[in-house]
Write a protein that binds this ligand. Structure first.
Ligand code: DX5
Ligand code: ZN
Length: 216
């Protein structure tokens, strides 16, 4: 089974978004990663529902929505109405994670949980069999274009061990600073889904860069 590649639209050209979406439509990208930031859970505000309406209307690829917002349970329904493949909430932002996960799953959408760089993967042990995806943040969430945190390699290994031990079908996603230099080791350690923003959109050859991540 090959890697899933999810380009992060946060690094796209918002003055010409339709151009970048059509590039993705004609590429080997699997999902479009959508970063929603509220200026409260993370120190940045990205974009909201009208922009996602637009992306969803043009995209031929399903959406992988990453909510970096406090109390995400308030907005789950808003994000389920798209061609949503995965809806991910942060462990650190949700008090009733189990309820939120099952709310997402009951709509036939994959439920994901993201954890910040400082959060130990062991915090997921009681919920791992309920999850479809864990998003390991390999930068502090809030901005694109940051440097990959090397400790993420061992977190992937540790999480993979837990998933196998618990007989879970959960996928491992890595998000932040992913590029061709670290993607090989990430996949080797057990990563299923590579998210990349700058490596794709800030390049002169975005489609080739998507291919390079697919082919690892
Ligand atoms: C960070 C976001 C990431 C980011 C990835 O808060 O969750 O998805 O857009 O972008 P790069 O690959 O540039 O780090
Ligand atoms: Zn993200």
């Amino acid at each position: 089974m090959s890697n899933i590649v999810a380009p992060s639209i946060l690094s796209a050209d918002f003055g010409n978004l339709s151009n970048d979406i059509s590039m993705l439509n004609n590429s080997k990208a699997d999902w479009i990663h959508i970063d929603v930031m509220d200026g409260h859970f993370v120190p940045n505000i990205s974009f909201g529902l009208p922009v996602i309406d637009f992306i969803n209307s043009l995209s031929k690829k399903p959406l992988d929505i990453h909510l970096m917002i406090s109390k995400p349970e308030r907005y789950i329904e808003n994000f389920l109405k798209y061609n949503t493949k995965v809806l991910t909430v942060h462990l650190e932002a949700s008090k009733h994670l189990h309820r939120t996960i099952h709310h997402i799953k009951s709509n036939g959408v994959m439920a994901g949980v993201a954890i910040n760089p400082h959060t130990d993967v062991n915090n997921l042990s009681e919920i791992i069999t309920d999850l479809d995806l864990v998003c390991l943040m390999s930068v502090n969430p809030g901005f694109g274009g940051q440097k990959f945190i090397e400790n993420s390699f061992s977190k992937v290994k540790k999480l993979k061990k837990m998933i196998l031990a618990k007989n879970s079908k959960c996928k491992i996603q890595v998000d932040g600073g992913v590029n061709i230099l670290n993607a090989g080791k990430l996949v080797e350690n057990g990563t299923d889904v590579l998210v990349a923003g700058n490596f794709i959109f800030k390049s002169e050859t975005p489609k080739e860069n998507i291919n390079s991540l697919k082919e690892i």
